[in-house]
Design a protein around this ligand. Structure first.
Ligand code: G2I
Length: 443
């Protein structure tokens, strides 16, 4: 393994997007009803989050519930980001060594991407939910099997997953600040950075996150230990883009009053922060409102994912920790979250002259598909879109196009044709990947 800084190897450089951008859901589907002459508040979580600097509001999704119309009605209406709850885990994707199964994960990804929702991949390397063959392994055989798993799965979902939880829950609870003991940890302390480098090689366009629970309270030893790891990775050029705070305020863990300090402290290291698995015992409106306000206060907090839709979907259904009751009705916490999002002062145009984008999937043919992108927050703009090989763009409209990065980066500049541009992508044998917006710059 090389210790050279990211970006010096002879492969496409990971794009470190400085300006805030967004790929949001179908605004036409999830947006607010707009009354003539008034700026109506958004009426759904995803649409409102998108208006706050291009953030997302997402949920964990279980493949076996996609046939439940009560479930998908709420999913499709409210959320513009999806995390497969169990379907991308190691036991699901590689049940036998070298035999990969993606059916359930692919169903969720297809459901999301066809509706303009972004996907968080969860998770590539974890001590838990390992298949039996992996649990029985150790040493270099395990290290190699783990790296192969990361490579294969990240390659399969290349161009479809916006963020990966590359490594999940690698630190111990309690006051030690130590790594969690596991078969992966016993392969050597560098297993985490090795996983990140393998994921970076497999999908240079995905944003790569470290994800954990009980790293919400800034004073906790576990939080400090993860902070120091991220700081070390940034110093040494290990390709890490983001930290996921699971934020399970269930099972006796509470929302801490210094949560905003934790978010902003991680962000100050130069990584984005994501609230990845939020649920709160008995769903108090105050705590949910505080989480939203804390995220909106930190420009690098890119979005919030709740860990399920209805209380009956929760891994801790006995604590009724979610935003919808088991009948699919909005709970008081839902209204608190939507109101906090709508009242948020986080700007539509991020500081530094950015703009935001919303992506609308268009017609899909056998060999190609259309995409349109609407820019907000700037009347003249430059938007960079990453295309996943072997897909290529054959036609663009309502903007002037140029190419970079071995023709995998499409730059579209406003040309006086309005704020919605579009393009046709040839699949060339990859029917699943979808364009990923990399940046939006005013001017
Ligand atoms: O434990 C809560 C979450 C903590 N952070 C990582 C997440 O990946 C984790 O999610 C939960 C899922 O919500 C559960 O649904 O992870 C659990 C496993 O670690 C999931 O539970 C599993 C059960 O253990 C299986 O018996 C069951 O077959 O869910 C499976 C599908 O329902």
């Amino acid at each position: 393994m090389s210790d050279e800084p990211a970006g010096t190897a002879g492969r496409p450089r990971r794009l470190r997007v400085v300006l805030v951008t967004s790929t949001v859901g179908l605004l036409a589907m999830v947006g607010a009803a707009v009354l003539p002459g008034t700026a109506a508040a958004a009426s759904t979580l995803g649409a409102s989050a998108a208006e706050r600097g291009g953030r997302y509001f997402g949920t964990a999704v279980a493949a076996n519930k996609l046939n439940d119309s009560a479930y998908t009605t709420i999913l499709n209406r409210e959320f513009n980001q999806v995390t497969p709850e169990n379907e991308m885990k190691i036991d699901a994707t590689e049940p036998q060594q070298g035999q990969f199964t993606y059916g359930n994960a692919d169903r969720i990804v297809q459901h999301a991407l066809s509706r303009g929702m972004r996907v968080r991949g969860h998770t590539l390397a974890w001590h838990s939910q390992q298949p039996g063959w992996m649990q029985a392994m150790s040493g270099s055989a395990l290290r190699n099997a783990m790296l192969n798993h990361v490579t294969q799965v990240a390659t399969h979902f290349r161009g479809k997953v916006a963020w990966w939880d590359v490594v999940n829950e690698a630190y111990a609870d309690g006051g030690s600040g130590a790594r969690r003991d596991s078969n992966l940890q016993r392969t050597g302390n560098d297993w985490i950075e090795a996983a990140f480098r393998a994921a970076d090689q497999a999908d240079p366009n995905a944003q790569l996150c470290y994800n954990d629970y009980n790293i919400d309270n800034w004073n906790d030893a576990k939080t400090q230990a993860v902070y120091r790891m991220v700081q070390d990775f940034k110093n040494r050029g290990v390709p890490i883009d983001c930290v996921g705070l699971q934020s399970h305020f269930t099972g006796g863990s509470n929302y801490p009053s210094n949560y905003r300090t934790t978010l902003s402290s991680f962000a100050a290291l130069g990584v984005d922060v994501h609230i990845t698995e939020l649920d709160i015992r008995n769903a108090p409106s105050d705590a949910y409102r505080n989480v939203v306000n804390d995220c909106l206060a930190v420009s690098r907090c890119k979005g919030i994912t709740v860990w399920g839709i209805r209380d009956s979907d929760s891994w801790r259904s006995g604590e009724s920790p979610l935003l919808f009751d088991s009948g699919g009705n909005k709970k008081p916490a839902y209204n608190a979250v939507l109101t906090a999002l709508n009242n948020g002062t986080a700007p539509t145009t991020p500081p530094g002259g950015g703009c935001t984008t919303s992506v609308t999937p268009g017609t899909v043919w056998g060999d190609r598909y259309n995409t349109s992108v609407t820019v907000s927050g700037a009347s003249t703009w430059t938007v960079v879109v990453a295309i996943t090989r072997p897909q290529t763009v054959s036609t663009t409209w309502n903007g002037s196009a140029s190419w970079d990065g071995g023709n995998s980066l499409l730059t579209m500049r406003s040309n006086g044709s309005g704020n919605t541009f579009g393009f046709t992508t040839m699949m060339n044998g990859n029917s699943g990947a979808r364009p990923q917006i990399r940046s939006c710059t005013a001017g």
